[in-house]
Design a protein around this ligand. Structure first.
Ligand SMILES: NC(=O)c1ccc[n+]([C@@H]2O[C@H](COP(=O)([O-])OP(=O)(O)OC[C@H]3O[C@@H](n4cnc5c(N)ncnc54)[C@H](O)[C@@H]3O)[C@@H](O)[C@H]2O)c1
Length: 363
């Protein structure tokens, strides 16, 4: 029913735009036909299929993510779930009331811990958990968040056995591992959001320094979501120009350091962890999946021998599409880059060791 309304609305919109842009001004039949073909293919490309997205946790990151998903009109059903009564209902209603202003069609529904409302979701984003406070590391959150992520994942997978699950809760690499071991689904369907955020921060700092649009910057980061992450200047360019030709070595090193501590900088300013860029980064990943964009982005992905690591999650470049992680890209790293990645993997393994002592996962 809703889908029909959307298709009718979009079809009307399509013919209005086509009429305005072509028929009124252009009487040449061949040109008209070619234009019609072009507009039709663009229209079909941009028209969403029936899809359902759930966001768990209606706190700062979850609500921002749900808002970004709604604004991008990514799904015919969006559900926001939180354990605290009223919060997701209230935030979903507030987001829905922006629809006429922001220009989106699909209603977003808020529920209190009711997983039946999330049944058969295509993509689920898990943001539930405690955020950092100033002075805390992401690893300090493990005790509380491992239990939350485990119980949430059990409920999610029961309601949506085929869902693709994106983890946001920290410590990211370890929480994604908890979700994967709990969901008992394909590793390509469970992964974490960190690299898209860290890369976006890196691009923002570079854009400011160089005086260019962040949209023209191509960049990659590897490793765990923490101070050991590995920004890669060798894989960073601006409109095809290597970043090392545009930014002095000391300035680039300072930007890399600021990127590594980007989360901490915001936690100190805000008194809690950031949400606009994290929530938008998760929505960006959801869009790549829903629209099958085959984006090459850094994602916290399961490694089964890639880069020499086994049975752990780590930030690596992947192709993201309708099947989730469709391919892990193995870069040909030089010795210095590999050493940095090894150090980052060691830090993640150390936190995994802490998880092991907590007996959260079923043996
Ligand atoms: N991966 C990243 O890059 C990144 C970036 C920012 C924040 N984070 C992490 O995301 C998480 C959320 O951060 P936030 O700022 O939104 O925190 P927040 O406190 O604003 O929101 C967390 C929400 O989770 C809910 N919640 C707790 N237990 C739940 C459960 N069992 N079921 C459903 N909901 C539950 C809480 O009620 C709360 O509304 C934190 O762990 C934070 O560290 C990760």
């Amino acid at each position: 029913m809703i889908a029909n309304k959307i298709i009718c609305f979009n079809t009307r919109k399509f013919f209005n735009v086509f009429f305005e842009k072509n028929i009124k001004k252009n009487y040449n039949v061949t040109n008209c036909f070619l234009s019609l073909r072009h507009y039709l293919s663009e229209f079909l490309k941009n028209t969403i299929k029936m899809s359902k997205i759930t966001v768990i946790g209606a706190g700062n990151v979850g609500a921002t993510c749900a808002d970004a998903i709604a604004r991008r009109d990514l799904a015919t059903e969006v559900v926001l779930l939180d354990i605290k009564p009223g919060i997701s209902e209230g935030k979903a209603l507030d987001i829905w009331q922006t629809s006429a202003l922001a220009g989106f069609n699909h209603q977003i529904k808020g529920v209190t811990n009711d997983y039946s409302a999330t049944t058969n979701s295509d993509v689920v984003v898990i943001t539930s958990g405690v955020p950092r406070k100033p002075g805390m590391s992401r690893e300090d959150l493990i005790g509380v968040n491992a239990g939350i992520v485990k119980s949430v994942t059990e409920n999610v997978i029961k309601a949506s056995p085929n869902a693709i699950i994106i983890i946001v809760s920290n410590p990211l690499d370890v929480m994604t591992y908890v979700a994967f071991k709990t969901a008992k689904t394909l590793s390509s369907k469970v992964f974490g959001m960190a690299g898209t955020l860290d890369t976006a921060r890196y691009k923002a700092f570079l854009a400011e320094e160089i005086g260019v649009t962040p949209l023209d910057i191509q960049a990659l980061l590897l490793g765990g979501h923490g101070d050991t992450m590995v920004p890669l200047p060798r894989f960073t360019s601006v409109g095809g120009v290597p970043v090392t030709d545009l930014v002095a070595k000391d300035k680039l090193e300072a930007i890399i350091e600021r990127t590594k501590k980007g989360g901490g900088e915001l936690t100190n300013l805000l008194g809690t962890s950031a949400w606009y860029a994290p929530g938008t980064s998760a929505a960006y990943m959801v869009e790549a999946i829903i629209r099958d964009q085959k984006k090459l982005v850094p994602v916290c992905a399961y490694l089964d021998g890639e880069y020499g690591y086994k049975d752990m999650y780590l930030g690596v470049p992947v192709i993201l599409g309708k099947n989730g992680v469709e391919k892990v890209i193995e870069l040909n790293l030089n010795a210095e880059e590999k050493a940095l990645l090894d150090a980052s993997a060691q830090a993640v393994k150390k936190t995994l060791g802490v998880l092991d002592t907590m007996n959260v996962l079923d043996k």
